[in-house]
Design a protein around this ligand. Structure first.
Ligand code: NAP
Length: 436
């Protein structure tokens, strides 16, 4: 007999296209292949409107049917059972609307017994054009690096979200501060979501064999120089996208350190008697580089982009999975891996950033990725003779590590301050959603 809490509950944001869809498909495949027949998957997908959500469910169901048909070959008559093992839920979320984040969170808290994994995938680039001359020149002279760590994307500067507080009928006028659009879509919206869903990720047992997991999606392009703690939202930045990804690395990795523990406990809304529970974990992943619609281009340039990505792989780049399905490998692995495996790997080599990589043939795997100021696992003296290092990478020093940890803590402080400030504003205006 199935108990409603027995399923494996996963939320994927931005599931309608690119990597989000790839993660959904791959998760279905790997779940069916690796978990016992008695376990079922509840896949909660979010998109920005009902139409996109419906279309996504249609695609995922089609993918499931094909996966089941394939499984018949090894396990005859397993198809109907396997199809029943995956259930879908269709939810709406606009990450640039804090009210939308609150509404979805409330709905999930009211209707879901628990969550196992939340994959914070949705995001925007905020780019408006390319520096074409630089693009052609850098690709022709330094192909592999130019399409891994490009220097030719032109970003819109100072892009803001729409006002968060609608003109209220009750006439309560509340001044609201500027909110950076790329910052809100990529980081702050997900940050709030994780805060409200924290209690669903908490395990009501101090020695649970798994932890609820928040998976933050970063990028290989998370350069330290693009992030300025004094302009955390990247409002004045010419690289707001990269800035959000750097902050994702800083906060995700430092989230397990003692220096941030009080802030992270507050963020995760942990119960007072927290010792009786198992704390959720934040993991940082990235998909390598994939040909998705995140940089909108026309048909011809899309084709050239894919060509450039495959060439980079054949020139030795490990960071070009190219297809979204392959790019999803790191996120799906983090979602399904045994807790004991993740814990052992971290105990041996430190906390890391987990990326999707491939070999020359395109066979995908998960690979630790270097982070400026942290290295691969936060350990001084790690070997730097690894593939896929950025041309700008510097060896880890005690000083750069200290700076990384300290900036991470400051980010946690600032993000908690910003969260509380916005919650207060929404409440004051009478539009905030109460979670209880
Ligand atoms: N593609 C790459 O090579 C690459 C590399 C590194 C990291 N990443 C990261 O991977 C993630 C997915 O990117 P992608 O390449 O798959 O891009 P994509 O195809 O453009 O997909 C982005 C998804 O996010 C959704 N989204 C955008 N703004 C949103 C908002 N305000 N609220 C809710 N959802 C929103 C989009 O919905 P709509 O369809 O409604 O716009 C779409 O579902 C991003 O975090 C990105 O930074 C991608």
């Amino acid at each position: 007999m199935h108990h409603p809490g027995d399923g494996f509950y996963v939320v994927i944001t931005g599931a309608n296209s690119g990597l989000g869809l790839g993660i959904g498909c791959r998760l279905i495949d790997e779940f069916l292949q690796t978990r016992p027949l008695s376990e079922s998957l509840v896949l909660i997908i979010t998109t920005r409107d009902r139409r996109k959500g419906d279309a996504t469910i249609v695609q995922l169901k089609k993918h499931l049917a094909e996966a089941c048909r394939r499984s018949e070959k090894t396990l005859p008559r397993s198809s109907p059972l396997n199809e029943r093992r995956v259930q879908f839920r269709n939810e709406i979320l606009d990450l640039t609307s804090l009210i939308s984040v609150q509404e979805l969170s409330k709905r999930l808290r009211d209707t879901t017994p628990k969550l196992d994994v939340v994959i914070c995938n949705a995001g925007i680039g905020g780019w408006e054009d390319m520096y074409w001359g630089r693009a052609v020149w850098s690709i022709l002279t330094d192909w592999r690096n130019a399409v891994t760590w490009p220097t030719f994307k032109k970003s819109r500067v100072g892009w803001l979200t729409k006002p968060q507080i609608p003109n209220s009928e009750q006439g309560k006028k509340v001044e609201e501060p500027a909110l950076g659009r790329v910052f809100c879509a990529n980081l702050f919206g997900h940050y709030l979501l994780g805060h409200y869903l924290g209690p669903l990720l908490e395990r009501r047992n101090a020695s649970s064999s798994t932890r609820g997991r928040l998976i933050w999606v970063s990028s290989v392009e998370a350069y330290a120089h693009t992030f300025d703690i004094n302009d955390m939202q990247g409002l004045a930045s010419t690289a707001p996208y990269e800035s959000t990804k750097r902050q994702t690395d800083l906060m995700g990795i430092t989230s397990v350190l003692p220096s941030t523990a009080p802030l992270v406990n507050q963020y995760l809304d942990r119960p007072k008697d927290a010792d009786d529970f198992t704390k959720p974990r934040i993991y940082v992943a990235h998909p390598g580089i994939c040909g998705t619609g995140i940089f909108p281009m026309n048909f011809v340039f899309d084709f050239l982009m894919l060509f450039a990505f495959y060439m980079a792989r054949w020139m030795g780049s490990p960071w070009h999975p190219v297809t979204a399905y392959k790019g999803a490998v790191a996120m799906v692995w983090l979602a399904l891996a045994k807790q004991s495996l993740l814990d052992t790997m971290e105990a041996q080599e430190g906390v890391g950033k987990w990326g999707s990589a491939t070999d020359w043939w395109g066979r995908e795997r998960v690979e630790r990725t270097e982070v400026e100021g942290w290295g691969w696992g936060g350990k001084l003296g790690e070997s730097t003779r690894r593939k896929g290092r950025s041309p700008y990478a510097k060896a880890l020093t005690e000083e750069s590590r200290r700076e990384f940890v300290e900036t991470g803590r400051k980010c946690w402080e600032e993000m908690e301050r910003l969260r509380v400030e916005w919650e207060g504003k929404l409440e004051q205006a009478g539009v905030g959603v109460r979670m209880e």
